[in-house]
Design a protein around this ligand. Sequence first.
Ligand code: F6P
Length: 319
Amino acid sequence: MKTIGILTSGGDAPGMNAAIRAVVRTSIYNNIKMLGIKQGYQGLVNGEIEEMNLSSVADIIHRGGTILRSSRSDEFQTEEGFQKALNVIKIFDIDGIIVLGGDGTLKGARALSKAGIPTVGIPCTIDNDMGYTDYTVGFFTAVETAVEAIGKIRDTSTSHGRANIIEVMGRHCGDIALYAGIAGGAESIIVPEIEFDINQTIRKAIQGRNRGKLHHIIVLAEGVGNAYDIADGITEHTGIDTRVTILGHVQRGGTPTTFDRIMASEMGRRSVEILKNGESGRALGIKCNEIIDLDIVKALEVKNTFNRKMYETAKILSI
Ligand code: F6P
């Protein structure tokens, strides 16, 4: 293994820079040349590639975003685009590629691996929606951002005796809502994995108000329903003034938490060692506090499961 390429693709996640740093430093430590592929798979198709050295990754462990930039490339998914990418890999003498991103990104790595290119995937997405790993890099930072927002909104919710809906990201996964909802002491948590019943939310708001509660925090995962319609429904049936905050992309940035940095650093190191040992088509993850790697095809087949026990906890604690 003489030359390794690295790219970040899909939605960025805090901790990607920490992983890039770990990959570059481990490669250089092992006398392997490092190439940074810009803007995800699109950069691989276009040959937007630059050599990286120790200073390329100085002062980035604590920074959100990705110094390599990211994209969601449609072209890479076409036969023509894929062939262009394979050609670029040949031109730059790339012996192996490490990809950082979510489900879609690791599918790209699976395709490259099938085409004979040694690849390793590091799961980086705020959504935590990859079944084979307990956590993905970026998830806990996004949760922290949401918890901080909930705390601030709770102050004003109490002052005004309002209900507040806070919509969080997650695509089709309710983990950000669940973890942030529990940590933020939310009265209701609405996630895509559990059938939504607005009457339950209304009942809770009424019960809370009648026993003198001044605030009412509802954490809503994106895509479950329209936050403004839900707010109107609550106001109509309870008389409680209800406000909506859509957190949006604020969850995608910011300085990564310690846990995200540690996971990213460990996985970054392991990814290089996997390629150096001549293995290919591996997906890194974390299970029961251990960094693991498994066959990327099998990893992508594992269905994501929702933590119903944690959801029960949230229900019990928010009575
Ligand atoms: O996958 C990360 C994520 O932030 C999702 O939570 C969200 O649904 C989506 O990406 C937003 O994508 P974009 O940044 O393209 O608007």
